[in-house]
Design a protein around this ligand. Structure first.
Ligand code: PGA
Length: 253
């Protein structure tokens, strides 16, 4: 049985006060949840602070997700943060291939694959995001687009690497738009991804968690998470409101 996972992607939001408040209130309201795994994803600047908060007894059930890293372990790369640095802070997950990074920071499939491998080389779990644009969906190429993105990582890291990874299907047209994919639309692509992996390795396909992301909120989480191939959510906007995020976590428990 795959354990459901809900990850909050805070993007470029939050002050120290907000980070503390969010972690404290999410931790307090989710302490009694039994099944769902929960991770919070502050900015890289706030990772150390969040790590301290998450190691406190009351928040120790929360995992930590980083939103990005650089491909190299160290060196003259001004402004970047490496996998070993994140691992030292106890980071569990790293989001790679988010569409905002592909779009605004020109990250190619090759860069995404290198980040995926760097994450695993430091013992952390990549959350690999894939997803199509609205025009690609309208052209009927959603499956082809997500499989191309996934294959770039498989070719570079090998199919076995998916044993220590999470996938996130995030249709671009649903991110930050308030327009969620219907449960049928999401399930269809999740199934395509799992079937594709199954052709190479049935066990990994059965075990890998595939999250849905794109305007997940308290009102739609339960129906999305009830789908056979949806194993939780990657939550942006709604993860900044403790009550809303907690309600999403409860839907996955
Ligand atoms: P959203 O973002 O929930 O605000 O749509 C999801 C994401 O980008 O991970």
């Amino acid at each position: 049985m795959r354990q459901k996972l809900v990850v909050g992607n805070w993007k470029m939001h939050g002050s120290r006060t907000q980070v503390r408040q969010l972690i404290e209130s999410v931790a307090a309201s989710t302490a009694d949840l039994k099944k769902v795994e929960i991770a919070v994803g502050p900015t890289l600047l706030h990772i150390g602070f969040a790590a301290e908060l998450c190691t406190s007894e009351d928040a120790s059930h929360l995992k930590l997700a980083a939103q990005n890293l650089f491909t190299e372990p160290e060196g003259a790369f001004t402004g970047e943060v490496s996998a070993p640095m994140l691992a030292e802070y106890g980071v569990n997950y790293v989001i790679v291939g988010h569409s905002e990074r592909r779009e605004f920071f020109a990250e190619t499939d090759q860069v995404v694959a290198a980040k995926f491998k760097a994450t695993q080389a430091s013992g952390m779990i990549p959350i690999l995001c894939v997803g199509e644009s609205l025009s690609q969906r309208e052209a009927g190429t959603s499956a082809e687009v997500v499989l191309t993105q996934l294959n770039a990582v498989i070719q570079s890291a090998g199919i076995e690497a998916l044993q220590y990874a999470v996938l996130a299907y995030e249709p671009l047209w649903a991110i930050g738009t308030g327009k969620t994919a219907s449960k049928e639309q999401a399930q269809e692509i999740h199934h395509v991804l799992r079937e594709h992996i199954a052709k190479s390795n049935a066990t990994i396909a059965e075990d890998i968690r595939i999250l849905y992301g794109g305007s997940v909120k308290a009102a739609n989480a339960a129906e999305l998470f009830s789908q056979a191939d949806i194993d939780g959510g990657l939550v942006g906007g709604a993860s900044l409101k403790a009550e809303e995020f907690v309600s999403i976590c409860k839907s996955a428990d």
